[in-house]
Design a protein around this ligand. Sequence first.
Ligand code: ATP
Length: 331
Amino acid sequence: MKLAVIEGDGIGKEVIPAALQVLDCFSLPFEKIPVEVGYGRWEKTGQAISNEDIATLKECDCILFGAVTTPPDPNYKSVLLTIRKELDLYANIRPIHPIKGIKGINESNDFDILIVRENTEGMYSGIEEVGEEVAFTKRIVTKRCSMRIAEIACKFAKKHNQKLTIVHKSNVLKSDSLFLNTCRQVADSMGVEHNDMLVDAMAYDMIRSPQKYGVVVATNLFGDILSDLGAVLVGSIGLVPSANIGKNQALFEPVHGSAPDIAGQGIANPIAAILSVKMLLDWIGEEDAARQVELAVENTILKGITTPDLGGTATTQELTHEIVKTLCSNI
Ligand code: ATP
């Protein structure tokens, strides 16, 4: 099985080596292929990602991705958006799942939310024009992409026996009526219980009463914002993993970015990247291994070993070492 490894920029270079130490605890037949893309590469060569890189990624079964810095330069095209589009990784899956031993913003940890974000269109269509007086971005919603994201969201809802919440703003954005109606039709045809929420009301209620939600399906921008918001329920953005799933391929990455403010200090929380490896293991059908990773993370945190974002003093490497030690003693 071919696994492309992209560390990227900033703390991507710290959390991906940590995640690989965890993956290496299992004797799985991965051929690891390092691929250098991102802002660092752009500074060196003037190109953040090439057609050859895309071809290499297309040949891989899955990708482990750290983070890339996107500078405010109009000539710089987002690497991650390029990869998602080129590989048609249409479903961005972001679990907002509490971790034992860590308290988020709420008193109770009795929630389990899965955000399913449409990953290829919406506000991230890339169709934009920036003028002196007027700038616009075209928001695209298609029936085909709404259907396929609704289908995968309904599959998760069925698998975990959860309700589906469709997030939209169709009272103002007419394009969202197509998204809402398509999701409703798919949920009805797949026999999945569903409701819908306006995105602003959802942002408020998800923090107030997270236990009311299960699988949440949303268009690209709304899903992006809600999942960062969801990180405060879990306790830190350094804890939230994600998967970008296509027809035959998938990319796994922490939800956080390259965190230039803490990069190079060795204090980044590696757990989001390590739990991205857990999602990768689930995706390839290694469910026992995935569970072991989750348990090792939980047991390490219960010992009180955490990085500064959670109030601890452990370095990235110390926390990783402890997780690997716990994992190795259990396998
Ligand atoms: P980018 O431009 O790459 O998105 P950013 O700084 O805008 O970077 P994030 O990287 O998501 O966005 O960082 C947001 C905040 O969360 C920063 O203060 C950062 O230090 C913190 N942060 C992000 N990831 C982690 C992590 N793994 N461990 C600790 N703190 C983190």
